[in-house]
Write a protein that binds this ligand. Structure first.
Ligand SMILES: *Cc1c(COP(=O)(O)O)cnc(C)c1O
Length: 358
């Protein structure tokens, strides 16, 4: 059994427009220059000045006491869950949450906590749904330990949770003795879209992290924030899991560069996503969920074709797009796709649908 992603087919044309994911961004020349110039030290010993600067800046940005640099967003989630939960504890999260659907069963394998999936539109659950899911503690029931949200909600269509709803959810969790965790893989897409400061957006969340490898365009790295005590305990797991690094300032420099140069421009990605959705909504048979940020979900049912078939046909035209379900495609905008690329991709998509109709 081989579970690796399929290798590209032979004789594929060059990728012209990559809408597959914002994870596929390449470091810009300016970002690489910042990496080359980074001051470094032994990160495991707390001696890398660039990593320390990044952590200080992130803690301040998120309004938390402390922060820790980790290689990936998945490690941020899994370490946070390890710190919050004991084996058998219950986590309330949306049924499409990354911690449930996309981390290789890590939550069960590592912390041993179990996720109780909640329903709701667009990858979000309401305060009422949360209240209804909270039960009276008993010997039989798994101890309710944590409420987890995802800002933006990836599989929900890159939707932005309202900051007041987030605060209400955190309040309900705390009143019921639970902790709160925010998967902020694309948190800055949400804050840019909503015009709300990150520390306000994650107020009431005991732990929150940001991925630098999505729309921010860094080659690797994510930062987990929380109280000083929480981050102390997270550091022990980082060490145990082999996530403690050495001259990681090379990578932290890319993240600092992204904070300085790639945050405000996320608005361009959102405009490009809206532009793409506008084009695609006019094509016969496509049902497009109006995007709130940089993710565009496209239902292909009306074309009579499977999403994977269309993705393959588009790839032959030089457009990469991801397949999220039998008739669901996802297009993602980011700093390596400009407005001309959006128009080109939409025209090629029209051509693919026409070729089928002919
Ligand atoms: C990408 C992503 C992650 C995981 O981040 P990696 O850096 O790929 O490990 C977690 N949560 C959400 C919502 C994501 O989109």
């Amino acid at each position: 059994m081989v579970l690796a992603p399929p290798r590209p087919e032979a004789n594929m044309p060059k990728v012209r427009v990559n809408l597959y994911s914002d994870t596929q961004t390449r470091p810009t020349p300016a970002m690489k220059a910042a990496m080359m110039a980074a001051e470094t030290g032994d990160e495991q010993g707390g001696l890398d000045p660039t990593v320390n600067e990044l952590c200080d800046r992130m803690a301040a940005l998120m309004g938390k006491e402390a922060a820790v640099f980790l290689p990936s967003g998945t490690m941020c989630n899994q370490i946070a869950l390890l710190v919050h939960c004991q084996r058998g504890d219950a986590i309330l999260a949306h049924r499409t949450a990354h911690i449930l659907t996309s981390e290789g069963g890590g939550t069960a394998a590592l912390s041993g906590a179990q996720i109780m999936p909640l329903e709701g539109k667009g990858g979000q659950f309401t305060p009422d749904t949360l209240r209804a899911a909270i039960y009276t503690p008993s010997r039989n029931a798994p101890p309710l330990r944590l409420v987890a949200v995802e800002q933006t909600a990836n599989l929900g269509g890159g939707t932005v949770w309202d900051s007041q709803v987030l605060a209400e959810i955190a309040g309900i969790a705390h009143e019921n003795g639970m902790g709160t965790h925010m998967d902020g893989a694309r948190l800055l897409n949400a804050t840019v879209q909503a015009g709300i400061a990150p520390d306000v957006m994650c107020q009431g969340y005991d732990s929150v992290w940001l991925d630098f490898t999505k729309g921010l365009g860094a080659p690797l790295g994510a930062v987990l924030c929380g109280t000083a005590d929480f981050i102390d305990r997270a550091w022990r797991w980082k060490q145990r899991m082999g996530g403690a690094m050495r001259q990681a300032g090379i990578c932290a420099a890319a993240c600092l560069h992204a904070l300085d140069h790639h945050v405000d421009r996320l608005a361009e990605d959102h405009a490009n996503a809206a532009r793409l959705a506008g084009h695609l909504a006019q094509l016969p048979g496509l049902l497009v969920q109006p995007p709130e940020t940089n993710l565009v979900f496209i239902d292909t049912k009306g074309t009579g074709r499977q999403a994977a078939d269309l993705a393959r046909a588009l790839r032959h035209q030089g457009v990469m797009i991801s397949t999220m379900g039998p008739t669901t495609l996802r297009a993602c905008t980011h700093l390596d796709v400009d407005t001309a690329g959006i128009d080109e991709a939409a025209a090629l998509f029209a051509g693919v649908l026409q070729a089928q109709a002919a």
